[in-house]
Design a protein around this ligand. Structure first.
Ligand code: AGP
Length: 366
């Protein structure tokens, strides 16, 4: 990966297209086929120490926090250890209780985000153990942590995070697999995840091939007043990251909601001028998600579904299909079309894609 746009119109689209190779690098040398687990030498914790962990608390800012939310779901699902994510700034200012059997994980592409660094220092001051999931080798956050996982995603120049986000989720999948195999994850389930991880680069390539179709849809939807992004459980962090990316680079207002919360308030916003992007994977919540689409369509709301199989055209005006992986890894793939969607909406609206107004690549002040 180079420090120029390598013939692309923007760093952002170059970095979106670099994701298959970024994921390969995040995985490189870390998958153990024989024991269906992951090798993570940088954790600096042996199996016995890891077995004593009862809870995982993930902290980060912005997209790093949303990637952490996906990470928390992976850890809970694969390792059955209670895990959650919280914005680093909220965490540090609420005088958090630091527990000896909790593992703290700080997430940062740059490794220089001040709020995340200060949160790490606060945990360490109180005697907690912190791992870093960081892209930039030798950065302040990497140095402050007790160990961790480097992403090896390569340099990310564009303000909006794409390949680092994806690599962070992959790093969490490796951590969850490693944790899981130390706890109760069976060899068969471990193998299922190893195979799923190996399939990711090819599947990301497949999604990137739909760029032209996504660009056309993005130009059409970019004319709206604002957008709603919805998902249930695994789909919810995808919705949050999709809304964040659209806001950040196209300045189109976007809200992310758990699909189940729509009828508790935001359904009042639904109109033809406020379309909805709905994450509709073929999982155990599919029927519930389809019901929600029906509720939106009944209020004349437009729906763009991101799905494994196209819903009935009565329920979705447009559908973008993504290949199916393992259910735990599907959120990572469901996010990729939303990156292209945000990018092409921003291009259609002639925004300064790589340097959106009011934002900096790394926020090194409070
Ligand atoms: C992502 O698109 C944003 N630019 C922003 O939310 C970013 O993820 C956040 O500021 C955290 O940055 P970091 O990963 O370098 O700590």
């Amino acid at each position: 990966d180079s420090y120029d746009t390598a013939g692309h119109a923007h760093f952002l689209i170059k970095e979106i297209h670099e994701q298959p190779s970024a994921v390969e690098r995040t995985l490189s040398g870390r998958l153990d086929e024989r024991f269906a687990t992951a090798h993570l030498g940088g954790l600096n914790m042996d199996a016995r120490e890891l077995r004593d962990i009862r809870r995982v608390k993930i902290i980060g800012c912005g997209s790093a926090y949303y990637a952490g939310q996906m990470g928390a779901q992976l850890i809970e699902e694969l390792a059955r250890i209670a895990a959650d994510a919280e914005p680093a700034s909220e965490f540090r200012y609420r005088n958090p209780v630091i527990e000896a059997d909790t593992l703290y994980v700080a997430v940062s592409q740059s490794g220089e985000t001040y709020d995340t660094l200060a949160a790490v220092q606060e945990v360490k001051r109180k005697g907690g153990r912190v791992l870093g999931v960081v892209n930039t080798v030798g950065s302040a956050i990497a140095r402050a942590c007790d160990g961790g996982i480097y992403l090896h995603a390569g340099p990310e120049i564009s303000v909006a995070s794409t390949k680092a986000f994806t690599s962070t989720v992959v790093a969490f999948a490796l951590l969850a697999l490693h944790f899981g195999r130390i706890n109760d994850l069976s060899p068969a389930d471990g193998r299922r995840i190893v195979d799923g991880l190996k399939a990711l680069p090819g599947q990301i390539r497949q999604i990137l091939e739909q760029e032209k179709e996504i660009a056309e849809l993005a130009a059409e939807y970019a004319e709206c007043e604002g957008m709603m992004f919805i998902g249930r459980v695994r789909g919810y962090p995808v919705a949050r990251e999709g809304a964040q990316k659209l806001k950040e680079i196209s300045y189109v207002h976007a809200e992310a909601y758990p699909a189940s919360e729509l009828k508790h308030g935001p359904l009042a916003l639904i109109s033809p001028e406020l379309p909805t992007v709905a994450l509709v994977p073929d999982d155990e919540l599919l029927d519930k998600n389809l019901t929600t689409l029906g509720e939106i369509r009944a209020r004349a709301g437009r729906v763009l579904a991101i799905a494994h199989t196209a819903p009935d055209p009565k329920l979705a005006n447009h559908t973008l299909l993504v290949p199916r992986n393992e259910p735990e890894l599907d959120p990572l793939l469901l996010n990729i079309p939303l990156q292209l969607f945000a990018y092409h909406a921003a291009v259609a609206l002639q925004r300064d894609v790589d340097k959106p107004r009011n934002l900096a690549k790394s926020v090194t002040v409070e």
